[in-house]
Design a protein around this ligand. Structure first.
Ligand SMILES: *[C@@H]1O[C@H](CO)[C@@H](O)[C@H](O)[C@H]1NC(C)=O
Ligand SMILES: *[C@@H]1O[C@H](CO)[C@@H](O)[C@H](O)[C@H]1NC(C)=O
Ligand SMILES: *[C@@H]1O[C@H](CO)[C@@H](O)[C@H](O)[C@H]1NC(C)=O
Ligand SMILES: *[C@@H]1O[C@H](CO)[C@@H](O)[C@H](O)[C@H]1NC(C)=O
Ligand SMILES: *[C@@H]1O[C@H](CO)[C@@H](O)[C@H](O)[C@H]1NC(C)=O
Length: 409
């Protein structure tokens, strides 16, 4: 069994142990550090050799939880994760709907109103959207979250408000910002309606300005994710998931990363040769780009775990913004990497098959925000607050790390 050789630092999440961390420390007397609340330390050395009789994982969506700890919790693989978490971290579910994947993608934090926006699953499981039905964009108030946590409620369900958006926004799959006081959404399109990049007023009446919906007259496949580079240029990924989830026509372009110059409207390709490019993010200085390739996940074609579940790093050319010197940054152990965010210290966060995984800038896995289920994306909502989208639920982690401020707020 895997668990026999594991150094256990298990602390089961639950009301009775939320306030303390004593149980965890007692089981980890040899640790050279103090284990924070809701966390376990899994020493890579402890499972380096499992033996011929061990139970190995076969399916890439099967999770790796050798301490059998009840999610959500922090799974620490490297002591540097302690500086991400800080001395007194917590992780709580704050909203849920077991029948509706209402919180899938496009997380955006708007500081002026202290709200987080997100989109429901476009075309996927429990998304309630398909060729004939659009997905929706909703929001929660971080003030509601803070109040519920301060009141020590055992179960938190903050109100979720769905936006009434114009028809131009179809199947939102990514977002960033605020950008020029607006949400910067990227949409997959639906049927013949084109994928697009759209500015959305975060306040009612939620009016929309579409910035782009084609490449020299050709529709994109189904646009997926988007970030603003420190230069002010907008970078985005295009991939075939709309087709693979039965709500877009046959793809007519390669899966690639593009750059939009918002001042001139010019669009160009900056990276190609992906299986299925997905999340994109930059370091604070804009010199390094990360792109997730979720090739192993293929909709109606079926999953194939010998295809990529890989994050690549690139140098960003200062003149042309072409992505150069592609190298492997991380291959994720569970599921596929989806949305990516980078914190102020350069640590890289990606939504994966078991929650949010975190690497340092050298690609060393530091730890996980372990949900035991898929997270497609997450966003910092002010200093030390990470809002994690779990599809049918939303989690908020209070930690030490800070996100990169919006480029053109
Ligand atoms: C929160 O609730 C837990 C469990 O009921 C309790 O142990 C703890 O003292 C409470 N904390 C506050 C600040 O009320
Ligand atoms: C593995 O299982 C076999 C068959 O039950 C047993 O003979 C052997 O001792 C086991 N090996 C170890 C290392 O536990
Ligand atoms: C879950 O979402 C569906 C679709 O919006 C809604 O009809 C249902 O009332 C929601 N359930 C809960 C418990 O909020
Ligand atoms: C929404 O409308 C207001 C008022 O006309 C305008 O100032 C703003 O730029 C619009 N926002 C978007 C995203 O279209
Ligand atoms: C999975 O992908 C590999 C590599 O591209 C390919 O050789 C194999 O045939 C695929 N398997 C299935 C079942 O599609």
């Amino acid at each position: 069994m895997i668990t026999r050789s594991i150094l256990i630092g298990s602390l089961v999440y639950g009301a009775s142990v939320l306030a303390g961390d004593g149980g965890a420390i007692n089981q980890n007397q040899d640790l050279p550090f103090k284990l924070p609340p809701q966390s376990v330390f899994v020493d890579p050395q402890s499972f380096a050799v499992m033996g011929a009789n061990a139970t190995f994982r076969k399916d890439f969506f099967e999770t790796f939880n050798p301490t059998s700890t009840t999610p959500p919790f922090f799974q620490i693989f490297h002591p540097s994760f302690l500086s991400v978490l800080g001395p007194n971290p917590s992780i709580r579910q704050v909203a849920s709907n077991s029948t509706f994947s209402f919180a899938h993608e496009a997380p955006i934090y708007v500081p002026t109103t202290d709200e987080v926006f997100f989109a429901s699953n476009d075309g996927g499981a429990l998304g309630m959207s398909d060729l004939n039905h659009n997905s929706v964009v909703s929001k929660i108030s971080m003030k509601d979250v803070d109040a519920a946590i301060a009141a020590n409620q055992s179960t938190i369900e903050v109100p979720v408000t769905t936006l009434d958006l114009p028809e131009t926004v179809q199947m939102t799959n990514g977002g960033t910002g605020p950008y020029k006081s607006s949400l910067l959404l990227i949409t997959s399109g639906r049927g013949p309606r084109p994928p697009s990049i759209a500015l959305v007023n975060p306040k009612a009446p939620h009016n929309v300005t579409v910035l782009l919906d084609n490449f020299f007259g050709r529709q994109f496949n189904s646009l997926n994710d988007i970030k603003v580079h420190p230069s002010g240029k907008i970078f985005f990924t295009d991939v075939t998931y709309g087709f693979l989830l039965n709500f877009r026509p046959n793809p007519l372009m390669p899966n690639q990363v593009y750059r939009l110059d918002p001042d001139t409207g010019a669009v160009r390709v900056v990276a190609t040769d992906f299986d299925k490019c997905n999340g994109v993010a930059f370091t604070e200085d804009g010199k390094t780009a990360y792109v997730a390739d979720s090739g192993a996940l293929a909709g109606f074609l079926g999953n194939n775990q010998t295809e990529p579940a890989t994050i690549y790093a690139f140098d960003v050319d200062e003149q042309t913004h072409a992505f150069k010197n592609r190298r492997v940054f991380a291959f994720v152990d569970t599921g596929i990497p989806d949305g990516i965010q980078v914190d102020l210290k350069g640590n890289v966060y990606s939504g994966c098959g078991d929650g949010v995984q975190v690497w340092n800038d050298e690609g060393t896995l530091l730890g996980k925000f372990f949900l035991g289920t898929v997270s497609a994306n997450m966003v910092f909502a002010g200093d030390g607050k990470l809002v994690i989208l779990g599809g049918t639920n939303i989690f908020v982690a209070n930690i030490a790390a800070q996100g990169i401020p919006a480029i053109s707020p």
